[in-house]
Design a binder for this molecule. Structure first.
Ligand SMILES: [Zn+2]
Length: 507
């Protein structure tokens, strides 16, 4: 009786081995097929081809002294506005850039904002608009002595932590480098007798850092005249180095969209009274639950549209592992998203972010709160809008006892439209970048702060936000911070960039 049973076992085992063999073979086949697909995709994952551009030498060294001079005018805005500083800088600009002033006409808006028009030969062509703001942010109280060189002295001195000379001072990056860079570029073109084919407009606001009334008035004036620029260049993303993972060469990001801005006020009401006889939960407790729900359920992160366009250009230059992942997003997309969302700076580029910034209850420790209030600040990704954010927040909180209202007294703006990555403006900016930063990779990007350019969205579709300033990881804190500065040779490149772009744009 034992025999047949063993025989059966042997037959059964043989069958099982066969099945196992087939299974292993199929799995192996699948793995090989998958590897082939992954490798083929990575091998054809290459950046878009670009035409050759002539590499230009930096502008003459003399431009550096004029940038330094512009930093001596303490053109802070808002409640720190100093009219004499603006008048002083504008008088100096007239004297320092006589050819530019001779070929342009100028109009004044909101007292200190200036709109220059350089008429083109062909008035039927749509103009190009260049934006820069004359104002700078103030020096935070108590930090004045932390500066290596005084913030409004316009000092050109060694950079200290790296080789070469730097121009030190508030506004060196944000954004007198662009204001003076544009003036220098235009001055040298005007001096050479060059004339633009299409009209060039220069709108130099004076209060960008505090909302941009000047820009709003200039935009309204252009709108009334039915001026519809072909495209606009404003400050924004930079030429980064050592910031994009795995890439050592510079990456110039052209901001093609800007995030929206919204603050929501969350309020929960309570009975009030003495805290010696409290209910199980107070208004603060209820509001805390709402906040906890929001934080537990952030806006979804995605690799679509703009992010996809960006990595299409940057991805091919990454080391093999990352390149493999970006070339095969159909399979590895979630791995990439996990990496991107792990860091606040990259997380902000793939989703609408939320930050609970304010929270208050009662005024004293033994008083029950009648009203608890929280403020949540949103930076809205172009795929969302103010209304979709509000309705999602209400849905996630899911509590009728908590009211959600937008704060309309401060800044509130929809995310911008996305400018055309295949447009003439993008191409002109790209060529101008490559003529001064020949090794740079150029890619579109999302600007996560707000600029004056949003006020022009009614008259132009393609707004590009780019500043030809080389930014290394340690430089980020200098913008609006202590020891703002720009490398002298970088400013000379910036001047050449603007000069080239004026020519490229005016064609
Ligand atoms: Zn700025």
């Amino acid at each position: 009786m034992v025999g047949p049973c063993i025989k059966n076992h042997i037959v059964y085992d043989r069958g099982r081995t066969e099945i196992m063999k087939t299974a292993i073979q199929s799995v192996l086949g699948l793995v090989i097929a998958l590897s082939v697909i992954l490798l083929v995709r990575v091998s054809i994952f290459s950046p878009p081809t670009t035409d050759d551009v002539e590499v230009l030498s930096p502008a003459p060294a003399s431009v550096v002294q004029r940038l330094a001079k512009s930093l001596t005018f303490s053109t802070t805005s808002g409640r720190h506005l100093n009219p004499a500083a603006f008048r002083g800088m504008q008088d100096w600009m007239r004297a320092a850039y006589p050819r530019f002033h001779a070929v342009t006409s100028v109009e004044r808006f909101a007292e200190h904002s200036l709109l220059f028009t350089w008429p083109g030969r062909d008035s039927s062509l749509r103009p190009i608009l260049f934006l820069a703001h004359q104002d700078v942010v103030p020096i935070e109280e108590g930090t004045e002595t932390d500066w290596t060189h005084p913030p409004f002295a316009g000092v050109v001195a060694p950079c200290e932590d790296e080789a070469g000379q730097c121009v030190w001072g508030r506004g060196a990056i944000d954004m007198k480098a662009a204001l003076i860079g544009l003036l220098e570029g235009a001055e040298s073109l005007a001096a050479s007798g060059w004339q633009p084919e299409r009209t060039l407009l220069f709108a130099f606001g004076h209060d960008e850092e505090v909302g941009g009334v000047g820009a709003q008035e200039m935009a309204r004036a252009l709108e009334k005249r039915n001026v519809r620029p072909s495209w606009v260049l404003d400050e924004g993303l930079l030429v980064t180095q050592g910031i994009t993972p795995g890439i050592t060469q510079p990456v110039a990001y052209i901001g093609v969209a800007e995030k929206g801005y919204l603050s929501l006020e969350l309020v929960a009401l309570g009975e009030g009274g003495h805290s010696s006889m409290p209910p199980p939960s107070t208004a603060v407790g209820r509001l805390s639950r709402a906040v906890a729900r929001l934080e537990a359920d952030p806006f979804p992160a995605k690799m679509d549209g703009l992010s996809a366009a960006m990595f299409e250009r940057v991805g091919p230059h990454m080391p093999f592992g990352l390149r493999l992942a970006f070339a095969n997003q159909w399979l590895l997309g979630s791995v990439i998203l996990d990496k991107l969302t792990a860091k606040p700076s990259t997380n902000a580029t793939v989703r609408t972010t939320q930050a609970v910034t304010m929270f208050s209850g009662s005024l004293q420790d033994n008083i029950l709160p009648q009203r608890a209030r929280a403020v949540v600040n949103y930076r809205i990704h172009p795929r969302d809008s103010i209304s979709t954010v509000i309705s999602r927040v209400r849905r996630v909180i899911d509590d009728d006892g908590v009211t959600v209202k937008p704060i309309t007294s401060g800044l509130m703006s929809e995310p911008s439209k996305i400018a055309d990555v295949d447009g003439v403006g993008f191409a002109a900016i790209t060529r101008s970048i490559r003529s001064v930063f020949p090794s740079a990779i150029v890619a579109p990007g999302l600007f996560i702060a707000a600029t004056d350019s949003r006020h022009y969205s009614g008259i132009v579709d393609d707004i590009y936000r780019f500043h030809p300033i080389l930014m290394r990881p340690a430089d980020g804190k200098r913008i609006h911070g202590t020891n703002e500065r720009i490398r002298s040779d970088n400013f000379r490149q910036a001047v050449r960039f603007y000069e080239t772009l004026l020519k490229e744009g005016a064609r």
